[in-house]
Every structure is written in C-alpha cells, then in structure tokens.
Design a protein around this ligand. Structure first.
Ligand SMILES: *Cc1c(COP(=O)(O)O)cnc(C)c1O
Length: 368
C-alpha cells in the first residue's frame, strides 16, 4: 500500500510531545508562544498567532478586517469549503471566482468578481504555487487574505508566501506540509491592529494573557470584551509544530525531489504536469492532468495497485450549499475543467525511491 499521504513524524516530534505530556502545562502556554516566535522569525513577519486550524485563522482574519453582513468576499471556486464557510459565519456574501490554467486566481478572474461591496479578497496558493498578489492589486487595492494552507514554504518574487497580502492563514492539518499532530493553524500579519483583534477573539474575546490565569502570580482578573471564539492551539500541538518547523527545509527538499522525478517520468507521455515558475513551489500537492473521460478509471486503476490518490478540488459551485447561494454547474469553466482532469498523486517526504517508481509505472500503465 502507498497511501496518498503519510505524515513524517520523527523521534524529535515524539520526544517533544512526551515532554509536554510529562509537564504540568498541556494547553496554550510557553510552547505555543515559542512556536509563534519561531514561525514569525522563519517567515519574516511581525505577528504569528497559533490557532487550532487554518479555518479558525481565516475566520479570525475576516473578523479583524471588519467583514460583516452586506460585505462581499471573493473566493476562488477551486478550493476547500473552509474558505467560503468562514465568510458565511460572519453573515457576509461569498463571491466565487474562476481560476486561470495554473489553478490560481489571476487578475482577469478577479476583475470579473469585484463588486462595489467587495471587502476582502482571499487568494488560494493552490497546491503550493504562490499567487502573485502584487498583480492582483493592480485590479483591486483592498485587503488580501492569503489562504496559505498549501504553501509553506513557498515564495513569489523572492518573498515568502504569507507576507504578500495583509494577513495569511497556514494549516497544520495532518496532510499538509507540516503538522502539529493532526490539527492546527497559524494566522500571520504585519498589522498590529489585526493581530490585536485576532489575539483577543481567538480566546473568548478576553483581553490580554488570559491563558495564564492559573500560574503563580498569574492574573486571575480578566475582562471579556467581545463574544469571541475558542480557537487557541495547545502546548502539546505547538511542541510538535516546533519540531516539525525545524525540519521544514528537509521535508520540502524531499517533496521537491519526488516532484522532479515525477516531472522527468511524465514528460512527453500525454500527462500534464504542474506548472512551474522561478518561485519556490511548496509541493504540498503534485497534481497531474489527464483526459476527463479516463480520469476516474485512472484513479480506480491506481487504487487496485494499492496507490492512494485524491482530487483537489471539487469546485465549490458544484456543491449543494453553494448552489443554494445561487451558483451552478457551468459558472466557472476553467476550474470545472481542471477539476475533471486532475489527480493528486502521493508526495510525502518519507516515500522511498521504489515507492515513487511504483507510482510512476502505475500511472504510465493506467494512462496508456
Ligand atoms: C486544508 C485547507 C484549509 C483548512 O485547513 P484546516 O487547518 O483543516 O482548517 C483551508 N484551505 C485550503 C485550501 C485547504 O486545503
């Protein structure tokens, strides 16, 4: 069996988890702060707030941008539903947009989606290829919230993804490029105002340092300023995240070498490979494209060889919830075609050369 994904958890991650479990502080505390500091340093960004998912980070960021009823938020249709649902949480309208051939929201697609009520645009760095947000700004110059769930560590024009927009959300879900033990996320921003609001809202709308109410000298007195959320990341998760963050480049290099092998093997074989640019791709996903009429059969064929695959994504406008908002099949021809052609292959750091070869041979056999 070659699963679609297997997280790379080494002895350092396990030791870090055991250390926290053996201590007397399990939830948000010193490890979470250390993780935030290390993450902010790594990205070169002013503020990093550890939360329990990227969905939480997206929600907190939209809240901090002041999104509410009557506002429009632009979301590419080729993404996970987290992007749209957080807009709904705040009572605002999801405005879906098509994507370009690279799977990304581009200036052309954005221009068609902008309305007088657009409050925030949420580009998705699909698969780990960075969106050029400077190019989008020439179309619309308001706040950009990067969905960077796929894109650690990726760059655009030598800038780290996560520092291109006004705020960004990273995911440490089990299948992403690093994990905090299954679930986790990070909100990053250079704005002190966004950081201040999100820090309060991620923990019940309580002002300042509420996590340390129980320590000696801890401040037992606190003030509830808003109806906030319960989005904090535990120290247990943060300790695992710190150990993974130290291995980020090592994990990336292994994925990049698998991508290079796939590229070489599929070249000239009637299989469309991911678009590459000068920028660093994070290689969260390696998405091949085949003729739509054979796509499902190829997936089944790979499954009979014990190879796990996935499809990213079924466009949001094909989903019942978004259809109740007024979207339908046919609204976004490029995203729908990319979806019908796409197969995401296994690309995880600990894949052996033999396993990569097995996937390559099975794909070539299934396609021809
Ligand atoms: C995984 C994912 C998310 C959500 O991440 P969670 O940490 O699971 O909340 C958001 N957007 C995209 C594009 C994703 O792939």
């Amino acid at each position: 069996m070659i699963p679609f994904h297997r997280p790379s958890i080494g002895k350092d991650e396990i030791a870090a988890a055991v250390e926290v479990l053996s201590s007397d502080w399990l939830t948000t505390g010193p490890r979470a702060q250390e993780f935030e500091n290390a993450f902010a340093l790594r990205l070169g960004v002013g503020y990093a707030l550890a939360v329990n998912s990227a969905t939480a980070a997206l929600h907190l960021a939209l809240d901090a941008f002041g999104v509410g009823p009557g506002d429009d938020v632009v979301v590419p249709t080729l993404t996970f539903t987290a992007c749209g649902e957080v807009v709904n949480y705040l009572g605002a309208n999801v405005v879906l947009a098509d994507v370009g051939e690279d799977g990304l929201l581009g200036p052309e697609q954005l221009a068609k989606a902008i309305t007088p009520k657009t409050k925030v645009v949420m580009p998705v760095h699909y698969a780990g290829l960075g969106v050029d947000i400077d190019a989008l700004r020439r179309v619309w110059d308001g706040p950009y919230l990067e969905d960077a769930a796929h894109a650690l560590p990726a760059t655009v024009n030598d800038h780290n993804v996560g520092t291109l927009g006004d705020a960004a959300a990273f995911s440490f879900y089990a299948t992403k490029t690093m994990t905090t033990g299954g679930e986790g996320g990070m909100l990053v921003t250079n704005s002190p105002d966004i950081a201040k609001r999100a820090r309060m809202m991620r923990l019940h709308g309580i002002s300042s340092d509420a996590w340390n109410r129980y320590g000696a000298g801890g401040k037992w007195r606190y003030s509830v300023e808003e109806a906030g959320y319960k989005y904090n990341l535990t120290d247990l998760a943060a300790a695992i995240g710190l150990a993974q963050l130290k291995r980020l480049d090592e994990l990336w290099a292994k994925r990049a070498s698998i991508a290079a092998r796939y590229d070489g093997a599929f070249r000239g074989k009637g299989i469309d490979r991911p678009i590459r640019r000068e920028d660093q791709h994070s290689w969260h996903l390696y998405v091949i494209r085949v003729e739509p009429d054979i796509r499902d059969a190829v997936i089944l064929n790979l499954a009979t060889h014990g190879i796990g695959t996935s499809v990213h994504f079924i466009p949001l406008n094909l989903m019942p919830y978004y259809q109740r908002l007024g979207y339908s099949e046919g609204d976004f021809p490029v995203a729908e075609r990319l979806y019908s052609e796409s197969i995401s292959l296994p690309i995880w750091p600990d894949m052996t050369e033999a396993q990569v070869t097995t996937v390559i041979n099975a794909v070539l056999e299934a396609v021809h």
